[in-house]
Design a protein around this ligand. Sequence first.
Ligand code: AMP
Ligand code: MG
Length: 401
Amino acid sequence: MISVQEAEKIILEQATGYGTTDLPFEQALGHVLAADILADRDLPPCNRSTMDGIAISFNAFLDGIRSFAITAVQAASDEPVILSAPGDCIEIMTGAAIAAPADTVIRYEDISIQNGVAILQTDAVRQGQNIHEQGADKKAGEVIVSAPAIITPAIIGAAAFTGYTRLAVKKQPSVMLFSNGDELMEVSETPPSYKIRRSNTYALAAALRPHSLLAGNRHLPDEEEAIEQAIGEALNKYDVIMMSGGVSMGKYDLVAKVLEKLSVRPLFHKVKQRPGKPFWFGVHEQGATVFAFPGNPVSAFMCFHRYFLPWYRASMGIANKQCYAMLAADITFMPPLQYFLQVRLQLGATGQLLATPVEGNGSGDLASMTVADAFMELPLELDNFKKGDVYPIWPVRPIFI
Ligand code: AMP
Ligand code: MG
């Protein structure tokens, strides 16, 4: 049995790229940007007013002029109007372009208008005030978003703004999810007391969605030939096979045996951890990566976040940033296994992320899973963990939404 750190190292060594492709920008949320987004022109593309008011030439103000004849009204959509005389001004709306000799905007609050003349009500006027200068944000050709980056709503906005109708993205692995076990029934069915509904593939498919990863989803019985046929087909079709169930020591745990028969090279079976001890990981000779998680819902969910997501990010060239939190209660855990404690997270008044242990009944307790925000990874070598200790966490949902 190997340690969590050894398992992680072996898995990350199998990280691999899948090339690049491109997508309509509206569909790219959650994908990984593969090429920089550049400014197609200066941003902003011209000097623009940041206020509703009048545009003047600052030289006229310096010369002592305080009343300006309004010669035009310019909306944000209009081409810039050129001032013809020093004593003139243009009524100008927020966002409208400003051209020389106009170089200063005075807001409506600081003027009064009588008979087509704007009279200044203030002497505090600076040259260039209330103008967002051409190229102040970015110059044409400058990088707005550096690749690789996970595409966020703000990046979709930047793509739209700069005219990228398509975005270069990293190709994602295709994923097939299998559940396994004769005790499992469909969600729409009413199971007898000795059976349960299958939930793992649905939870895992949902956990893939924020990464824009779509997956096939199929159930397998505890029958060797059926498992062999289904996985055999999937190994030739998908980049990732993600399974749950059938990797423990029971009589009907046939998955590890079948995977090896199908030339999936085992890189490890069993990790010193709770939950998730029976986790099996291997690679097929033709390239597919196989994550065979234990069937207990909390185990499969933990393994997905602790092992699959770091592998996926590494494969996409995205750095894995470790998060930490502070334990908010004492915890004791004696077994010689690395304990992944389910915790609720709360940002404390001092800016420290606090982790409150979730009461639960172990890895089959789906109800406890719904209230946990993260798994906290407690060190293997200790048995007692004190309130105030800081340990790594693996969030299972976005923390700040
Ligand atoms: P196994 O790893 O096959 O021994 O399964 C361990 C436990 O997890 C058993 O109690 C199974 O009934 C349960 N289990 C396995 N697969 C699923 C699944 N897809 N959804 C919910 N529970 C499952
Ligand atoms: Mg089973």
